[in-house]
Design a protein around this ligand. Sequence first.
Ligand SMILES: NC(=O)c1ccc[n+]([C@@H]2O[C@H](COP(=O)([O-])OP(=O)(O)OC[C@H]3O[C@@H](n4cnc5c(N)ncnc54)[C@H](OP(=O)(O)O)[C@@H]3O)[C@@H](O)[C@H]2O)c1
Length: 308
Amino acid sequence: MTVILFAAGDALWPEYEGPLRRALEQAGITADLVCTAAPEDVDYIIYAPGSPLQDFTPYTSCRAVLNLWAGVERIVGNATLTQPLCRMVDPGLTEGMVEYVVGHVLRHHLGMDRYILRATGWQQIVPPLARERRVLVLGLGELGLACARALAALNFDVQGWSRTEKPGLDIPAHHGAAGLETALRRAEIVVTLLPRTAETENLLDAERLSCLPSGAVIINPGRGALIDDTALLAALDAGRLAHATLDVFRVEPLPEDHPFRSHPRVTVTPHIAADTRASSAARVVADNIRRDLARLPLLHVVDRQRGY
Ligand SMILES: NC(=O)c1ccc[n+]([C@@H]2O[C@H](COP(=O)([O-])OP(=O)(O)OC[C@H]3O[C@@H](n4cnc5c(N)ncnc54)[C@H](OP(=O)(O)O)[C@@H]3O)[C@@H](O)[C@H]2O)c1
C-alpha cells in the first residue's frame, strides 16, 4: 500500500484530510494517508513551509515531496532533501491571485481612494481608459501570466518580464537584465510576481525604482525581498512613487512598528493575495501521485539550480 505522509502541519490537517481522501479515491489511488509513519515506509510527503519535518534523510523510500505552497524558498535549499520537490500550481490559487491583482490595479487606475477617502470633494478627475494605462507584470509564470492576461482582457496596455525569452507569447514581453530597465521606464503600475531567489533579492533597488515614471504604483504580491525596503520608502517619501500595495514582507507578520504600517502611501495586506484552496490543491497532489505511480513524469518539479 502507498504511504502518504501529511507533513504540512497539524493546523492544516482538518482542512485537507477530507479533500485529499476524496481526491486520492477519485484518482484511483489506494493509499494510507497518515500524519505519522515510520520514515522508511513513506512513499510521498505532502509538505508546507514551517513544517516540523526538516530532515528528510530517514525518508529513504520517498519518491517525491509535494509542497502545498507555490513559493519554495524555505525548502529548496534544504540539503537533506534529495527527492524531487513539486511546488503547488493550483487553479484556485491562481484565480485568487488574478482577483487580487485586478482589484488593486483597478483601485489605482481609477483613483478610487480619492472618492472613498473624500479627499477631493466635487473635483471631477476622469481616469484614462485602461487601454491608456501601462501595466508591467514582473514574472510570467503560472501567476504572472494569468494576471497579465486578465488585465489585457480588460484592455490594459500590459507588458511582462521574465528570466527567459518567450517568443510568440500573447503578451508583449521583455526578458533579462537589459529588458527590465526598458520595461520599467514605461510602467505606470508594476505588479511583482517573481519567486524569491538569489537573483531576485532586492531586484527593485534604488536604481531600478528610479527608472519608473514619476507617480508610478507598485503592487507586490510576490515576495517581500524582491524590493529594497529602504529604497522603496525613500521613493514614496519623495513622492516619486505614488503608492505601494504590499502583501508580502521580509518578516511576517509585519512588525507593528515597521514604517510600512503607518505610511500614507503604503497599503499593507497580510499575505492574503492568494491562498492554496484545499479542494483544488488536493486534486493537484493526487494527480501528481497518480502520475508518479504510473511512472509518468511529475508535474511542477522545482529546478534546484534556479531555485524555483
Ligand atoms: N502573496 C501570495 O499570497 C502568494 C501566493 C502564491 C505565490 N506567491 C508568490 O508568487 C511567486 C510566483 O509564483 P508562480 O507560480 O507564478 O511562479 P512560476 O510559475 O515559477 O513563475 C516564476 C516567474 O518568475 C520569473 N523569474 C524567476 N526568476 C527570475 C529572474 N531572475 N529574472 C526574471 N524573471 C524571473 C520566471 O521566468 P521564466 O518564465 O523565464 O522561468 C517565471 O516567469 C511565487 O514564487 C511566490 O513567491 C505569492
